[in-house]
Design a binder for this molecule. Structure first.
Ligand code: HEM
Length: 417
């Protein structure tokens, strides 16, 4: 029998008064219980903020796929992140996530081949190197903070992919963390708006400099030179488009990957029998990875705006309305996943949408899956268990679900004699 981790028994949520826009709410135990109630009782839920801005939420799997998959009825061009509700989007038509097809295809095509599952296989040795460095403090028997250390793991992979020098990685990790979770005290410098502005300024100034340097360097390696020469449909990418693409790749990788690593290890520590199952049969690692993605769903929400009056479960949204898609909820929808609150490393038919759905389906999915496969392969080789060794701290964010602190002890396997 597999253990269950049902949402903590909280009083039946009062859906009239929940605040899904509050980063603090997402750092509590509440979201899964609230989302379960929303799927059952209010699958199309409307929240009005004190300043009059309003958004709908969809929490069922079918509605999440409908909204993410239908760019004609639900545009990404007015902002695709809930915290920017009602502010428009200066990157519309220029950046991958905030551009609809057909123009979106022009930005996406140059990346499809370099990030294909086959192409990223060539990165396995680099990924393993980064994973081994990530796991290096584990074996000495002391306590180490998986959530903290994991922040650097995707940077080492994406840094190599983009050809960014290692001396810059710590700054880039800090700026991407600030951009992804500006409300969290671990990353905030001043107010939320100021944190976001500083992060964006630093990242764009950095990539602008890098792109200029790359133009002068014939021997440059990585994806940046490719972006500079890419000419989808015969028209080269503009400097601005290339800059936004660099930003999207780095944020896409850094904001999400660490939280699936930490969250899956937390689930394994809470479910030692699931740890034992993988330990006894390493062929389960690919399905552990998928279950870890479903379970953690680090890209927690995305936003779209309706372009026409449209029917969804539970009602109708009007043209111009904002609709938040809760991916973490869709991935626990009981009509799609058997025992959705059970962490089951052998789960079959795991059709999670942790990487999104439709035209914006994650470009880094192949690289992320490779990273997780290599990571758990190396982890199970080295360690006999994972035990939580101190208080866990959850990220304050409506957009990314994860942790900023997860101290663990990872007893090493006895040396073979
Ligand atoms: C656990 C790891 C990851 C998760 C859960 C994740 C999740 C997602 C999701 C949900 C989207 C869809 C956004 C939307 O519908 O508006 C997306 C898009 C994207 N992701 Fe990821 N991602 C991960 C890792 C990565 C990595 C490693 C990279 C870079 C190498 C990356 C780069 C991107 C890019 C560039 C897009 C935009 C695609 C487009 O708009 O066409 N992601 N990701």
């Amino acid at each position: 029998m597999t253990p269950t981790a049902k949402p903590r028994q909280l009083p039946e949520p009062d859906l009239e008064h929940i605040d899904l826009f509050d980063p603090e709410f997402h750092a509590t135990d509440a979201p899964h219980a609230v989302w379960a109630a929303m799927r059952a009782r209010a699958p199309l839920h409307r929240q009005v903020l004190p300043d009059g801005r309003a958004f709908w939420s969809v929490t069922r799997y079918a509605d999440a796929c409908r909204v993410l998959g239908d760019h004609r009825s639900f545009t990404s061009e007015r902002g695709s992140l809930l915290p920017q509700l009602g502010q428009g989007d200066v990157s519309a038509g220029k950046m991958l996530v905030s551009t609809d097809p057909p123009r979106h295809g022009r930005l996406r095509r140059p990346l499809v081949a370099p990030l294909s599952v086959r192409a990223v296989e060539a990165w396995e040795a680099r990924v393993r190197e980064a994973v081994v460095a990530f796991l290096s403090p584990g074996p000495d028997g002391g306590v180490w903070d998986v959530a903290q250390r994991a922040l650097r793991l995707p940077m080492a992979v994406a840094g190599a992919l983009l050809g960014l020098p290692e001396r810059d990685w710590d700054d880039l990790v800090r700026w991407t963390a600030m951009a992804a979770a500006p409300a969290d005290p671990a990353f905030r410098t001043g107010g939320q708006g100021a944190t976001l502005a500083v992060a964006h300024h630093q990242l764009f100034a950095y990539f602008s400099r890098r792109l200029r340097e790359q133009r002068r360097d014939d021997l440059a390696e990585g994806l940046l030179p490719h972006l500079l020469t890419a000419a989808p449909d015969g028209v080269p990418l503009t400097e601005e488009e290339a800059l936004y693409t660099c930003y999207s790749l780095l944020l896409g990788a850094n904001a999400t990957t660490p939280h699936t690593v930490a969250g899956t290890l937390l689930a394994l520590s809470a479910h030692p029998d699931q740890f034992a199952r993988v330990d006894a049969d390493r062929a389960l690692i690919p399905s552990l990875v998928e279950e870890g993605l479903r379970w953690t769903s680090p890209a927690s929400s995305f936003l779209r705006y309706a372009t026409a009056d449209t029917e969804l479960s539970g009602g109708r949204v009007r043209a111009g309305d904002a609709v938040a898609v809760w991916i973490g909820s869709a991935n626990r929808d009981e009509s799609v996943f058997a025992d959705p609150h059970t962490f089951d490393v052998g789960r079959e038919d795991n059709r999670h949408i942790a990487f999104g759905y439709g035209p914006h389906y994650c470009l880094g999915a192949g690289l992320a899956r490779l990273t997780f496969r290599v990571l758990f392969d190396e982890f199970f080789r080295r360690f006999a268990a994972v035990e939580v060794a101190g208080p866990v701290r959850r990220l304050r964010s409506v957009f990314v679900s994860g942790m900023t602190r997860l101290p663990v002890r990872t007893p090493a396997r006895p040396a073979r004699t």
